[in-house]
Design a protein around this ligand. Structure first.
Ligand SMILES: Nc1ncnc2c1ncn2[C@@H]1O[C@H](COP(=O)(O)OP(=O)(O)OP(=O)(O)O)[C@@H](O)[C@H]1O
Length: 386
């Protein structure tokens, strides 16, 4: 990973034409004072990090063991309670509850549309010139990919947050045309596997050997680019569909005990928007990062060995760095070490300052997943309460 570069250095390092274009746009912008969007200042001192919890319904195969589908007994509004049976000193069993409070809790019946309706303000603010980051966190098989991308063969009803977010951006950008706004929208889709970046849009990922992907930050505009990773001009729904299919094909998966299609990498879809108002000359630059984190499996449960043990260690360490960084941001700490992991370094500009951050903690409905559920809720509680 390299340090921050100025625009001239950026140009030297940038290879693709669209990357050059974005950097040149930034250089032009740097000469003109960027007009702060009023919403930026308004939100500066409000809590910009929110945590939502989503409980997934049982899938068909899990319904065979109905006794296992016990959790969650109580989830409502902003609270979720984990019930457990405890034996007191005299051996008498009593039910006790552990309660967790988040900004919102979605039960198993929540639809994809309902979930998306709660993230539209972040998407909107990116079009208005802020950075935003939405994370899907949880143990393997808890529904992270379902939330972000939808099921394997999605319909218009159950498609995930990524296609919905990009379509909202398209619609909003279209509406703004009448006010003189012209936008360029581009995307990169990468994954972080064992702390290394891979390009999910590459036609031939086996060619990655020897390619050194680097994260390049432009501090003045708050933009981050992954050098050498393919950049797509997001100009139509057809391009978006191609991006999603390509990324799904390339994403590293390995089977674990918990989930035969478990993702062992963090995937990040970065959507960058550059808007110019042809009437007022105003500029807006914003990035939306949609992050599907790798499963937060405990090493003992996942039955990991060899390479998979190594993967699990990288996953746990990057998640732990993410938690530390978010805590630092919430506590307004003077020194936050974003460089400790590739994940936090890449997302630096979309986590701090007036960027809006939302974490969805995902919960399985299975009693047998209770320990993982508790550990996910504890992680989310720490992120929420920092
Ligand atoms: N809200 C939901 N409604 C219906 N089915 C769901 C929902 N959430 C998840 N599922 C289903 O549960 C299964 C596991 O979900 P998913 O693959 O999204 O988990 P994951 O957390 O991304 O797992 P991993 O980290 O191992 O990749 C899938 O079959 C998915 O279709």
């Amino acid at each position: 990973m390299n340090a921050n570069l100025n625009s001239e250095e950026l140009n030297k390092n940038v290879t693709s034409r669209s990357h050059k274009k974005i950097i040149n746009n930034h250089s032009k912008l740097n000469k003109k004072p960027v007009k702060e969007h009023p919403r930026r200042n308004l939100n500066e001192h409000k809590g910009n990090i929110k945590v939502f919890c989503r409980v997934r319904p049982p899938v068909l195969s899990e319904c065979e063991d109905i006794a296992d589908i016990r959790f969650p007994p109580y989830s409502y509004g902003k609270k979720i309670s984990l019930a457990s049976i405890k034996r007191n000193y005299w051996g008498v069993e009593r039910e006790s509850f552990k309660e967790y409070k988040f900004d919102k809790v979605f039960g198993a019946s929540a639809t994809q549309e309902e979930i998306f309706n709660n993230v539209t303000p972040i998407v909107q603010s990116v079009v208005d010139g802020s950075n935003g980051c939405i994370f899907a966190y949880g143990q393997t098989c808890s529904g992270k990919t379902y939330t972000m991308q939808g099921p394997q063969d999605p319909t218009i009803y159950n498609e995930g947050m990524i296609p919905r977010a990009v379509r909202q951006i398209f619609n909003h950008v279209n509406e703004l045309k009448s006010q003189g706004w012209e936008y360029e929208i581009e995307g990169q889709f990468i994954e972080i596997y064992n702390d290394n970046i891979r390009d999910l849009l590459s036609e031939d990922p086996s060619n990655h050997r020897g390619l050194k992907f680097r994260t390049i930050h432009d501090e003045q505009t708050g933009t981050t680019i992954v050098n050498k990773a393919k950049t797509v001009n997001l100009d139509s729904v057809a391009t978006l569909n191609w991006v999603l299919q390509m990324a799904a094909k390339n994403r590293a998966v390995a089977s674990t005990k918990s989930n035969a299609n478990s993702s062992r990498s963090h995937s990040i879809f970065m959507v960058r928007l550059m808007g110019t108002n042809t009437i007022t000359g105003e500029n807006r630059i914003g990035t939306l990062n949609l992050v599907d984190l790798a499963g937060s499996e405990r090493l003992s449960k996942s039955g990991s060995q060899g390479d998979q043990l190594q993967e699990a260690r990288y996953i746990n360490s990057s998640l732990s760095h993410l938690k530390t960084v978010i805590q630092g941001i919430k506590e307004k700490s003077d020194h936050i070490n974003f460089r400790n992991s590739t994940l936090t370094w890449l997302l630096k500009n979309s986590l701090r300052g007036n960027a809006k951050v939302l974490m969805f903690v995902h919960i399985s409905p299975l009693e047998s997943a209770r320990a993982e559920t508790e550990s996910s809720l504890e992680f989310a509680r720490l992120v929420n309460s920092a």
